[in-house]
Design a protein around this ligand. Structure first.
Ligand SMILES: NC(=O)C1=CN([C@@H]2O[C@H](COP(=O)(O)OP(=O)(O)OC[C@H]3O[C@@H](n4cnc5c(N)ncnc54)[C@H](O)[C@@H]3O)[C@@H](O)[C@H]2O)C=CC1
Ligand SMILES: O=C(CO)COP(=O)(O)O
Length: 337
């Protein structure tokens, strides 16, 4: 199989490295200098330093069209902010040819600055329906830190699409000795899980950074899962999806695993860092920062209560100081579980 991965950040690179022993894999970086540097060093020095590329992984840059034309599977490994342009580009270049496409981004599109009141951002599959409706597309998601996948540590992923050929292509491409890829046709559920867990991981990082304790962390994860599930079901997802890899699985990993960039944002905010400084210090994308407001807007439109998300948004917006967060969450009226 010929796989083209567009975007050479941590996650696109890790998956490309993992698949390269079984398939022909091209990893495309938009920055030509970064591509040349990766080729020369035999590793992605910027995003996955110290983990050597396997033999056979091809790094590319420049005109992506010939690579698109020759691929059996195209993976968009960019952050959510670049998904719309990536799908539109593929829509134009494939010209109706049916090649399975998948994105790795986890989030809702951010609401653009100055957007009219009431507008909200979209999930990947909603963006795809707007700009590339006839593509057979889906998402690869689930609990997976790039560093561990690049080192071939055991990991389980979920390939979600309404198109069986996309699910099958993702399983063929990535299922192997150290990676299990499960298929799921509930793409909305899988995407809501991947987006909301990032926001909840910021909240859990804050909780741990403030030393609120293990009980508090367990409460946040559990009540976070409840609010993620409420939103997903209201958006048309299946309840059971949230008990799976992209719901409970990715929430546990991201909220409690110190490799998480979103969790790091919460830990840094707890230390008194500004959001700007916290984001700058990461050097990677933390999607929860950009999705949080959209998650809340979508929830409010649907009449779904998401108190942890609401508090996290207030914190990120600067309208609630760190010291008031505990009271905002613990001071709520009693209710049934
Ligand atoms: N790093 C991880 O462990 C995982 C990340 N993800 C998700 O995958 C997505 C990408 O994350 P990372 O690779 O970690 O991000 P990263 O911050 O490591 O790298 C982002 C990469 O995307 C590239 N990029 C941005 N806009 C682009 C465009 N228009 N065209 C081509 N390349 C572009 C950047 O140059 C950079 O190489 C995010 O949505 C993230 O939530 C999902 C699972 C695991
Ligand atoms: O999605 C991830 C793990 O599944 C990566 O999480 P972070 O983006 O918080 O690092």
């Amino acid at each position: 199989m010929k796989i083209l991965v567009i975007g050479a950040g941590a996650w696109g690179t890790a998956l490309a490295m993992n698949a390269a022993s079984r398939h022909t894999v091209q990893l495309w970086a938009r920055d030509g200098a970064q591509a040349a540097q990766m080729q020369a060093a035999g590793e992605n020095t910027r995003y996955l330093p110290g983990i050597p590329f396997p033999a056979g992984l091809q790094v590319a840059s420049g005109d992506v069209q010939p690579l698109v034309a020759g691929a059996d599977l195209i993976v968009l490994g960019t952050p959510m902010a670049a998904l719309r342009s990536g799908l539109a580009m593929l829509h134009g270049s494939l010209q109706g040819r049916q090649v399975p496409v998948a994105w790795l981004s986890k989030g809702f599109e951010a609401v653009p600055e100055g957007a009219p009141a009431g507008s909200h951002g979209l999930l990947g599959n909603e963006v795809c329906a707007q700009v590339a409706a006839q593509l057979h597309a889906g998402v690869l998601s689930g609990p997976s830190f790039a560093q561990e996948v690049a080192r071939h540590q055991p990991t389980a992923l979920v390939a979600a699409s309404e198109h069986a050929d996309v699910r099958d292509a993702l399983v063929t491409a990535f299922h192997g000795n150290n990676l299990r890829v499960y298929a799921n046709d509930d793409i909305t559920g899988v995407e809501v899980g991947g987006a909301v867990k990032n926001v909840l991981a910021i909240a859990t990082g804050l909780c741990d950074g403030l030393n609120l304790g293990l009980n508090a962390r367990a409460a946040l994860v559990t009540r976070g899962l409840a609010e993620m599930t409420r939103l997903g079901v209201a958006l048309g997802a299946q309840h059971d999806t949230f008990m799976g890899l992209s719901g409970l699985g990715d929430l546990v990993l991201t909220a409690t695993g110190d490799l998480s960039r979103n969790r790091k944002i919460g830990l840094l905010l707890a230390q008194g860092k500004s959001l700007h400084d916290a984001v700058q210090s990461l050097g990677h994308v933390a999607e929860g920062v950009y999705s949080a407001r959209t998650v809340l807007q979508r929830a409010q439109k649907l009449g779904v209560e998401m108190p942890i998300t609401e508090t996290t948004v207030a914190l990120l917006d600067g309208s609630m100081p760190v010291r008031d967060v505990v009271q905002a969450l613990m001071g709520r009226e009693p209710r049934a579980e």
